[in-house]
Design a binder for this molecule. Structure first.
Ligand code: BV8
Length: 229
């Protein structure tokens, strides 16, 4: 294949699995233990905000104890070495891509170490526990903080920028995602429509496997460095 001029990469929970962060839909994944409607929907937050704060506090504590893995670092190096257009879109809310050097990065489902005040609608960094008595550093309101993540039924972030990159790319690589959640699961079809070569790097074939020109199956820490280098 000719050297690509524009690369879009999509990652999901599988790229962080070997760092020690649970995935969602693997047999022992998060959604096998917790009903996503309770903790990853606006309705769940309205019904029981404390439950949701506890869920994200647990995930923030977990991410604080783990490190980026060889797959994250391989994508950081690729971005530095690649001379064309490059965009990394992650569904993950962890900060492992940044810690591995990625800069041209979009967190389409938000970030667990950011918070949103529902009173003044301003965002801020948030590294500790969040509770019903958390105070907004901007407006001072108490009890209006929520995790700055995108729940089911909410619009993912920076979709215009993502679709612009998808329609211009000639290489689309999907890594560590089951292809269950939209609109991310539809990105491979947008890339194909634009004439891009589409590659899936995943432990096993995803829901969208039929849309990829090429696939490598195995753990991300071995197949991602092997593919990008
Ligand atoms: C929206 C919160 C519209 C953050 C998450 C019917 C049809 C189509 C769409 C819908 C529908 N009904 C409802 C919808 C929309 C809905 C949706 O897609 N539902 C699905 C379930 C059917 N989508 C939405 O609601 C989205 N918003 O559509 O908005 C809109 C329009 C106008 C105005 C307003 C709104 C919002 C979706 C975001 C939801 N938020 N999480 C958080 O807490 O993290 S979703 C959750 O799933 C995470 O964000 C996660 O990133 C995401 C995707 O999961 P994956 O990353 O793929 O993880 P998974 O465990 O599933 O898979 C892991 C993969 O890795 C596996 O394949 C495994 O084999 C592999 N793997 C494991 N280990 C390894 C590995 N690979 C390599 N190496 C390893 N070691």
């Amino acid at each position: 294949m000719k050297y690509p001029s524009s690369i879009v990469i999509l990652t999901g929970a599988g790229i962080s699995a070997e760092s020690g962060i649970s995935t969602f839909r693997d047999p022992d994944g998060i959604w096998s233990k917790i009903d996503y409607r309770e903790v990853a929907t606006p309705q769940g937050f309205a019904a029981n905000p404390l439950r949701v704060h506890e869920f994200y506090n647990w995930r923030r504590r977990n991410v604080a104890t783990v490190e980026p893995n060889a797959a994250h670092f391989a994508l950081g190096r690729l971005e530095q070495e690649f001379r064309g257009e490059f965009l990394l879109v992650t569904q993950n809310v962890d900060s492992l891509h940044e810690r591995a050097g990625s800069k041209r990065l979009i967190h389409m489902h938000g970030q667990h170490d950011k918070a949103l005040c529902t009173a003044c609608e301003q965002r801020c960094a948030w590294h500790g526990e969040m509770s019903l008595s958390s105070q907004c550093p901007h407006c001072g309101s108490v009890g209006y903080m929520r995790p700055d993540v995108v729940w089911f039924g909410e619009m993912p972030y920076e979709m215009d920028r993502i679709y612009t990159a998808l329609t211009a790319c000639d290489l689309f690589i999907s890594i560590g995602t089951s292809g269950n959640v939209y609109p991310a699961a539809g990105f491979v079809r947008e890339a194909r429509k634009a004439g891009a070569r589409t590659v899936e790097l995943n432990l096993e074939p995803s829901e969208g496997a039929a849309h990829f020109n090429e696939a490598e199956h195995g753990p991300a820490t071995s197949i991602v460095p092997a593919y990008v280098e």
